[in-house]
Design a protein around this ligand. Sequence first.
Ligand SMILES: [Zn+2]
Ligand SMILES: [Zn+2]
Length: 155
Amino acid sequence: MSKLSSEELKYIKKKLIDKGYKLTEQRETILNVIVENKIRHLSIDEIYELVKITLPDIGIATVYRTIVLLKKLDLLCEVDLGDGFARYEIVYLDKERYHPHLICSSCGKIIEVKDSLLELVEFTIEKESNFKIITRNIVFYGLCNECDNNKILSG
Ligand SMILES: [Zn+2]
Ligand SMILES: [Zn+2]
């Protein structure tokens, strides 16, 4: 579990202040919860439950409004991992925004693919189909290394 580094906080603060917003305690707590549970890709309900531990009086409406704001400022992006929930993760770089996710069908582990491989694919699609891609939702299902090894051992 890692909290926001001071570098990251500085970047986020600047983005908020540039648009006339403050880094309030509530906003910082919400951001920290998302960063600490990064690999889980939390839904709004999950964020709310975890933020309540630190800020018991916070309402879900505040969490919701904060998410909308952070999304508007391009600090958060929404991911759909195919389970019916909108999930959120923090993005610092534009090219990391829509990275593919790998989901292990056996243990449910989520693995991030932080690679710019897709840029070339998208560039080619846009050019050849004369189409501007706005959003993408790329999930690959399979077996993580551990589950794959277990399968071999038990099978
Ligand atoms: Zn697995
Ligand atoms: Zn991700």
